[in-house]
Unconditional design. Structure first.
Length: 205
C-alpha cells in the first residue's frame, strides 16, 4: 500500500522543525493492532509496518523519527553499521516531546511506549510526563505480585568438557548443549571455560 498522506506530512513537519533532512519513508501493512518500525540512518530510511491501530501507527512513526533526530554518540558512528538503538533519557526527551507536540495524549504515549519498552517509564518520570509516576508504581506492584521462579544449582561450577552427542556438542560433565557463539568461544579459549548447570523449580507464590 502507499504511504498515507498524514505520515508523509508528519515526517516533513518534524524534520523541518528540527532542521534535519527527512528520511525516505517506506510503509507496509502488518497483521494485528500494533505497528513496528525501524530507522536506518545509513540508507536514509524509516520503515514502518503499520498495524490496525491508528494511534499506535502515529506513535511508531514518531518513535522512529525520534531515533532519526537523536544525535549519534560521539566517535562511534560508522563502527558498526547496525547499531543497537539507545532508548536512553536523551532519546526519550526527544520522543515524548514529539508525541506531545504531534497529537498523542500523554496517557496513550505512556501506555504504548511502555508496552514495548518498560524502561521508558522511569525516563518519563524524570521528564515529568503526567501519569508516569503512577504507571511506574503500578508496574512495580505487578512485578512484585508475579510468582518468581526459583533457580537452584543442579551441577556445581566445573570446567566445560566438550563431547559429541549425535549432532550436538555437549558438556560431558553436565550434559548441557553448547551451541552457536558459546561453542566458538569454548573452542577458541586457551583454558577450559567453566559453567554451572542451573534448573528452575516450580513457581513460588
Ligand atoms: Zn526505538
Ligand atoms: Zn557442564
Amino acid at each position: 500500500m502507499s504511504t498515507p498522506a498524514w505520515a508523509e506530512s508528519l515526517v516533513e513537519v518534524v524534520c523541518a522543525d528540527a532542521g534535519v533532512a527527512p528520511p525516505r519513508l517506506s510503509w507496509r501493512r502488518r497483521q494485528g493492532d500494533h505497528s513496528t518500525g525501524v530507522a536506518r540512518r545509513h540508507d536514509g530510511t524509516i520503515a514502518v509496518r503499520a498495524g490496525a491501530d491508528p494511534i499506535d501507527q502515529r506513535l511508531t512513526l514518531l518513535h522512529e523519527l525520534a531515533h532519526w533526530l537523536t544525535p549519534m554518540p560521539a566517535g562511534r558512528s560508522g563502527r558498526r553499521r547496525r547499531r543497537v538503538p539507545h532508548h536512553d533519557l536523551a532519546f526519550y526527551r526527544i520522543a515524548f516531546d514529539l508525541y506531545r507536540r504531534h497529537g498523542l495524549a500523554d496517557a496513550d504515549a505512556l501506555r504504548l511506549e511502555s508496552a514495548r519498552y518498560p524502561s521508558s517509564l522511569r525516563h518519563a518520570v524524570v521528564l515529568g510526563i503526567a501519569g508516569a509516576r503512577e504507571a511506574l508504581i503500578d508496574r512495580w506492584a505487578t512485578l512484585r505480585a508475579r510468582p518468581t521462579r526459583r533457580w537452584r544449582v543442579l551441577v556445581p561450577e566445573h570446567a566445560v568438557r566438550l563431547a559429541r552427542d549425535g549432532r550436538w556438542h555437549v558438556c560431558s560433565t553436565c550434559g548441557q548443549r553448547i551451541v552457536g557463539s558459546n561453542l566458538s568461544r569454548m573452542r577458541g579459549a586457551r583454558r577450559p571455560l567453566r559453567h554451572v548447570l542451573m534448573g528452575a523449580e516450580g513457581a513460588a507464590s
